[in-house]
Design a protein. Structure first.
Length: 424
């Protein structure tokens, strides 16, 4: 039996033995049991469904993808990407940062994943890569290994969508390695339908004087369960994590992200913002840790929430552990409902209610969305935000509306009252 066979055996045993959650806080609100569905797949049926989706949404997706990944098939258009069976990628799995004892569902992905996606940016090169993850009626389980060599610059955009008619799971384990003096940005947009559950994991290793930005927009799924551990590993390395959550209906978001300072004079920041409607619920647990030896480190956690309806709820739980004296570290959390007097005042000026919500949300989320430096990803996120504020729906790719661009673009810095006339 080879290394990978042993790895899968351990993962399968771990998935069977590890409890779903050990924290009572998570147990009360979140459960993935029953959402996984059958692991069987029909490649021919899925291929036809993915082809139909791409044809119907070609103009709405606003970008050409270097790879389209399904549970049993993949379309590849870029030599920097390798997609293969996990058992053919033993060298990658030997270096994995995610093991089989930390988390039940990480072990699940390790045991049953059909895809090992490898992205390599050579030394000193600059690459921009776009990926579409699209699940049909079977779980889409993927390992994504990303490597930016010394001095490389990489921008990776991921869009997650689903065309599943049955309860299903979309699960991804990310492993990011960035070399000395590299710059890596990952922008992920989640717009799965209500029949899909999201399981997402990410860990990284970063070189000296390197920068890593991880921007995520959670808009889809009935339940999103996210576990990220982002580490400013080396001296003067910099990690920046930005999370945007937009909920409606009865969506649930269970977002637990950790930032670590391991290197001297390293910088790590985590900013989470949630806007919720209807009876949607979000649990944001941001944890920062400064390890012993990380002198001169900087660490910041910020969690903010806005409630657009009385039935919505955000629980922000920032936490911090500091094992070094010469550091600067802060954490904060604040959630509030929309001020009714402000809404009434703006509506009295002739702005409809949805226009008021757009103004409030654009001001709240604008800075976070602008950190997506890929314009196509940023514009798609803007359209999804406005579509959800107008309809409270998610999972579909909306048509482009040029009038929405002012809300998060360069025009956002102008007097907001100029924008009011767009709603008259």
């Amino acid at each position: 039996m080879g290394y990978y066979d042993d790895f899968v055996k351990q993962a399968t045993e771990g998935y069977a033995k590890i409890p779903e959650e050990t924290n009572e806080l998570y147990k009360r609100h979140h459960s993935v049991v029953g959402a996984i569905g059958s692991l069987d797949s029909n490649e021919q049926t899925e291929n036809a469904a993915i082809t139909k989706f791409l044809e119907q949404n070609k103009g709405r997706l606003r970008m050409d993808f270097d790879a389209v990944i399904g549970s049993s098939c993949a379309i590849l258009n870029n030599k920097s990407i390798t997609i293969g069976r996990p058992q053919d990628s033993e060298d990658l799995f030997r270096r994995m940062m995610h093991n089989n004892v930390d988390d039940k569902y990480a072990a699940f992905v390790n045991a049953y994943s059909r895809r090992a996606i490898s992205i390599n940016i050579p030394k000193g090169e600059t690459k921009e890569i776009k990926l579409l993850f699209l699940n049909h009626d079977q779980p889409l389980l993927s390992h994504v290994f990303m490597n930016a060599a010394e001095g490389a610059k990489a921008k990776v955009v991921e869009v997650y969508a689903s065309i599943s008619e049955k309860p299903s799971v979309m699960a991804t384990i990310h492993e990011i390695t960035s070399g000395d003096s590299s710059n890596f940005e990952l922008d992920a947009i989640h717009n799965e339908n209500s029949r899909t559950t999201l399981l997402s994991f990410c860990k990284n290793s970063i070189g000296t004087n390197a920068n890593l930005k991880f921007n995520t927009f959670y808009n889809g799924t009935s339940l999103s369960r996210v576990r990220n551990v982002m580490n400013a590993t080396s001296r003067t390395s910099r990690i920046e994590v930005n999370e945007v959550i937009l909920g409606s209906s009865s969506q649930k978001f269970d977002i637990a992200s950790q930032i670590l300072n391991q290197g001297r004079e390293s910088h790590a920041s985590l900013e989470s913002k949630a806007v919720l409607m209807d009876t949607s619920f979000c649990l944001m647990k941001g944890f920062a840790r400064v390890l012993k030896g990380a002198s001169g480190a900087r660490s910041f956690v910020s969690e903010r929430g806005i409630l657009l309806d009385k039935g919505a709820r955000v629980d922000g739980l920032p936490d911090m552990s500091v094992d070094e004296s010469d550091v600067k570290a802060t954490h904060s959390s604040a959630t509030a409902p929309v001020d009714e007097e402000t809404v009434f005042y703006l509506m009295s000026k002739g702005i409809p209610e949805v226009g008021v919500k757009k103004l409030i949300v654009s001001g709240f989320l604008g800075e976070s969305i602008s950190k997506m430096h890929n314009p196509e990803a940023r514009n798609l996120a803007i359209e999804l935000i406005n579509h959800k504020l107008e309809t409270k729906q998610f999972g579909a790719i909306p048509d482009s509306n040029p009038e929405n661009a002012w809300m998060f673009g360069e025009e956002r810095e102008k007097d907001m009252f100029e924008g009011h006339y767009k709603y008259r």
